[in-house]
Design a protein around this ligand. Sequence first.
Ligand code: PLP
Length: 463
Amino acid sequence: MQYVSTRGSAPALGFEETMMTGLARDGGLYVPAEVPTMTSEEIASLAGLSYEEIAFRVIRPFVADAFEADELRGLIKTAYAGFDHPARAPLKQLAANGFLLELFHGPTLAFKDFAMQLIGQLMQAALARSGARITIVGATSGDTGSAAIEAFRGLDNVDVFILYPHGRVSEVQRRQMTTPSEDNVHALALHGHFDDCQARLKDMFNDHAFRDEVRLAGVNSINWARVLAQVVYYFSAATSLGAPHRPVDFTVPTGNFGDIFAGHVARRMGLPVGRLIAATNQNDVVNRALTTGEYRTSEVTPSISPSMDIQVSSNFERALFDAYGRDGAAVAQLMDELRGQGGFAISQGARESLAESFGSGMADEAATLARIRATRDATGELVCPHTAVGLEVADAAERAEAPMVTLATAHPAKFPDAVEQATGLRPPLPSRMADLYDRAERVAEVENDLAALQTLIRDRISK
Ligand SMILES: *Cc1c(COP(=O)(O)O)cnc(C)c1O
């Protein structure tokens, strides 16, 4: 399988190179040249299989040039062995037609573990074959960073650097990044917003000399392998609710548009995904783009759902690529406008295409807190603020004929202050993490400056 860039001018790559590279050399994101499809019978046959076996069948056609079947099965099994729940991504019914897809049973309590644990296994296997060493640099609004550190800590041939916005992540998120003691783990608190972290990361990838010198690899959701891993739980959830015999709707708490884009890929593979609704917090650039046709960034306003505090939603570029009939030159031009003028207008044709694929809605801070409280009152469940944004938007969109699945993207204990503010209850951490607040922290504060970051990275990996 070949992968092509959304900006049309980087070379096509196989799966392994696509995974190792992250961002394409023309600044674009890799997507499959052609999306493989599954027949109704193949989809029906997934019902009742283990999560790992569904993952194998969904992922296999995308990676067949890089991993043998048995090896892939083994890597998937190892990737999910550390999850707390045997179903990995269990569904919980909250209402007559409303379900939560619990994606927080992995080691760092957010859905990022699904992709990162698998990428950790796949990259390690590829590096063992080649003998190479790599430098992973990631930008995080909180959850990607801890998931990446958890997946790569202690590996011999990998250094992992994580940039997070100083003072803008929850204490649990920060401690998950700063307390691992392995020498190959480097938590960097950047003076700026998440968008600054992500911009500096892209700068590093676009500095080709630096990129080659340190063998830079990316694990942000710009990495295709992450999106791919997330396609799986759309299949597991929909088939347990009756797909392919009936469509299933999904609402997805959205920031960088990676998780929801995975749902779009599942649909293109043949899964009957009914509606796919992007739920944003007050930083609603995606919701505004989908409803007005104008993608226009503004200031990031910190919220109680910090993992969605974003104005430059990277994976939206993948959706634009499809909406523009896979015209890389057109996408490259939009991205130039975004950089130069802070926004762009989506063409009428592309707007219609996006509207067929995605719905959207926004929940502000008050509605999010009210939803956490109402969910607790109605069902006894404590939900994290991101999940509450999803539930609030889903509620407005629920209809009688199809099940509505809201993705529960993080464990409530990862955001205890917001949950306590809403309900008066402080959700406890799972016992395996109970000593998180006692562990020593290790972090370097850094300026929002490319050259300074590059120097620091060179210094640290040369040791
Ligand atoms: C990353 C994250 C999101 C947003 O997901 P995207 O793929 O960036 O849209 C939502 N909720 C939580 C808890 C997250 O960690």
